[in-house]
Design a protein around this ligand. Sequence first.
Ligand code: A3P
Ligand code: MG
Ligand code: MG
Length: 381
Amino acid sequence: AEGCASKRFRPGGQTFCSVPQSLSTRRQLYERDFPVYKQPVEVGCFSLDSERNFFSDSRQLRYYSDPGKSPKLNLRDGHHDRFIKRDESVKERLDHLLRWILENRVKLHSRNAATSPPCTLGVDFVTWRGHLTKLLTTPYETQEGWLLAVSRFGGTLYISEMETEAARVNRENRTERHEEMMYWGYKFEQYVCADDVHSVPDGCGVVNTNEAFCTVVQTRLADHKLLFSGEVDCRDKDPKSPPAPACYVELKTSAEICTPKQRSNFHRYKLLKWWAQSFLPGVPRIVAGFRDHDGVVVSVETFHISKISQLIKNEYNCWKPTVCMNFCSDFLSFVKSVVKEDDPRLVYLFAWEPHRDVTFSVHKDSEYTFLPDWYIKEMAS
Ligand code: A3P
Ligand code: MG
Ligand code: MG
């Protein structure tokens, strides 16, 4: 019975060890002291090239180049003639991160688990930063649910998102306007990023969303040791800038703010997502391009992550960082209590819809299995 979250007495004299079957997402339950969140440490990085090939280096890392305060950048340029879009129907799951882990397992093992068996990593969770961002924003999300598949292997819990039916339908039925606006974010990146420290951005080039630079960081949330990876848009080009992840810069675009109502919505909804995404890997600042309805960037502003909680404090009934972090921590505890069996072919599927509790179901050798054979085989050897 030890280690179980709760015990229940059943008639017949047997004591059953039972784990909770659901987790509430009600905000009030998570309004307590901010949990311990250790400064994230970059333990490595990798790059994906224009064909989505993996490289164990920083070849895709770009350098931020300040465009000035009101640069008039046309984000529509190139959408029809210089755009190569990643195929979003290809599900990569955790594969790139797993490949990085295999190539760095000796380093990870000696860093975290030198005294335990060689197939252990010494972390509790492996996942993408984006999955954790979704967890952080869950207590405030009213539109989109999620599905997170979890398997325990070698003592580590791997979390991989599965696309919901609703998300697939939305993805397959995006309007032309929506598709174009998604391009704008990448076009902004091209206008303010240079390939090398000494070069300048090339707004005439091709935008290819297969290309990515990803940082791999390690940290701890309460008693959960985390290893996760996230895409990084660019870095500060000053050679005197602090080491990663403190030199990284997140880029964003957003509609220009003209009314108090628009400012309030920006604080309440957009800044929550922006804060969660960058706070997790320890990226200290966001450079935002504010654009008009025709996709022209009319102003550029920097947001420091550490100042966002101050910025939103005057907003009535606004989101709170502590609720985000405590919910995430409690969800990870819930996962630990549920996923006890160490078997990469067993998937616990955690499901959440807005206004509901988080629930789970168990699947053996199903369509949800996500740890690939090449990873299991190599880790076992
Ligand atoms: P914006 O950030 O300017 O909206 P990221 O900001 O995370 O680096 O992502 C770069 C761009 O990818 C975004 O630009 C947006 O256009 C697109 N993007 C990011 N997440 C997305 C999602 N979940 N669905 C669709 N497009 C997304
Ligand atoms: Mg990005
Ligand atoms: Mg970005």
